[in-house]
Ligand binder design. Structure first.
Ligand SMILES: C[S@@+](CC[C@H](N)C(=O)[O-])C[C@H]1O[C@@H](n2cnc3c(N)ncnc32)[C@H](O)[C@@H]1O
Length: 279
């Protein structure tokens, strides 16, 4: 798949980037109003369990005031801002899609956080990360989109200071694909990459890059989350249609049903939290 194709497909999935402005309006904010990061926190985390994964990263890596942290696949910057707010560290929020990057910059500036969160736009594989630039790397539900993970981990290794650490949370394949139905669901879910690594694959790729690795299996939590989101959907549907329109809501529903099937009915997809140290 060409790079342009890859970006285009991702744009399809993240085409609702302006949703955050609708949500802020609901909270009573007007265009360009200054924002409280504590209000944003409930709206700008593009992954499961709100800010909990970022708290896990802070704890697992012991991120402290003044540390330099790279956030890979930062979305609209939610985890980066929360991390900087919570620990007073300095975050570089790296994001592929210009629309997400632009919204991220706007929100960071309206939170008066430009001194602690810097946004950079581009494919992480091609982004100049520097040598021994960071104390830590964080990434939440973004690395699965990167085709050449082996190269990514080598680059992240180089960008870390000696003894530096990385923590990322990712979808993982739990078994081989066994039917056409499973394959179709996985293809729809992955969108722009060909394969989903297992937890063992991730461990091997990290070790080959030189890291010492610990893996935490969070598949049961992913199954519970995706099931809960699917089963509550009917209650929420009318409210969402009123707020965001039928088209947006139908797109989400497709995704929500597929994630529930993959993580529950098929038992094909789970989650992993990977902690690795540069030796
Ligand atoms: C599920 S979102 C998660 C965003 C953010 N980590 C969060 O949890 O709020 C995945 C993000 O990774 C970004 N991404 C995917 N491939 C990327 C790449 N090669 N380089 C940089 N960002 C990438 C996507 O554009 C998307 O914004």
């Amino acid at each position: 798949m060409s790079e342009e194709d890859h970006k285009l497909r991702q744009r399809i999935r993240y085409r609702h980037v302006e949703k955050i402005y609708m949500d802020l309006k609901e909270l009573g904010y007007h265009d360009n109003d200054p924002l409280e990061v504590t209000d944003l926190m409930t709206l700008d985390q593009w992954h499961y369990f709100g800010t909990e994964p970022v708290d896990a990263v802070i704890k697992l890596l012991d991120i402290r005031e003044g540390a330099r942290v790279l956030d890979v696949g930062a979305g609209i910057g939610g985890p980066s801002r929360y991390l900087a707010h919570k620990t007073k560290c300095h975050v570089t929020a790296a994001e592929l899609l210009p629309d997400n990057h632009r919204v991220g910059q706007d929100l960071t500036s309206r939170c008066c956080m430009t001194g602690s969160v810097k946004h950079v736009c581009g494919d992480i594989i091609k982004t100049e990360l520097g040598n021994q630039e960071f104390d830590h790397v964080m990434s939440i539900q973004a690395i699965y989109y990167v085709e050449d993970k082996s190269r990514l981990f080598r680059q992240l290794y180089d960008s870390l200071k000696p003894g530096g650490t990385i923590c990322f949370e990712e979808f993982c394949r739990l078994k081989d694909v066994e039917s056409n139905e499973e394959k179709a669901a996985l293809d729809f879910f992955l969108l722009c990459v060909n394969t989903l690594p297992t937890q063992q694959d991730y461990r091997r790729l990290l070790e080959e890059a030189g890291f010492q690795v610990t893996v935490h299996d969070i598949s049961a939590a992913y199954a519970e989350y995706t099931y809960g989101r699917w089963s509550n959907w009917d209650e929420q549907r009318d409210k969402y249609v009123r707020l965001y329109g039928e088209d947006m809501v139908d797109g989400w529903l497709n995704f929500i049903v597929t994630a529930k099937k993959l993580c529950n009915d098929f038992g094909l997809v789970g989650g992993g939290r990977f902690v690795a140290r540069k030796l």
